[in-house]
Design a protein around this ligand. Structure first.
Ligand SMILES: [Zn+2]
Length: 104
């Protein structure tokens, strides 16, 4: 299931947040290398990644800089992202329902 970047509206699979810090996953500064010196700052976690993503978009997770979009998905993410707290699964499920109903 996906959520959307609150800046550019690109989809982001929520499993990326669960695997933060694992080799090959995304992390702050880019893809986590196979070296032990992964580029994830100490203290990074699911919630840290989620909060950074909701505040700064893709760029916070080391992905290429994203541009602010007028896409309604970006607006909805910035408006309701914080309301779901740690429940990205619930947010992604509701977004999927909105899309199925043609609201997104
Ligand atoms: Zn983005």
């Amino acid at each position: 299931m996906d959520i959307y970047c609150p800046r550019c509206a690109e989809p982001m699979d929520i499993t990326e947040f669960h695997t933060l810090g694992e080799v090959g996953s995304i992390g702050f500064g880019g893809i986590i290398p196979e070296t032990p010196e992964a580029n994830v700052p100490e203290g990074s976690s699911y919630n840290t990644a989620k909060d950074a993503f909701l505040s700064y978009g893709c760029e916070a997770l080391g992905l290429p800089k994203c541009e602010k979009s007028d896409d309604p998905k970006a607006y909805i993410m910035s408006a309701v992202g914080d309301l779901f707290g740690d429940d990205l699964d619930g947010l992604a499920a509701d977004l999927e329902d909105f899309e199925a109903l043609g609201l997104l």
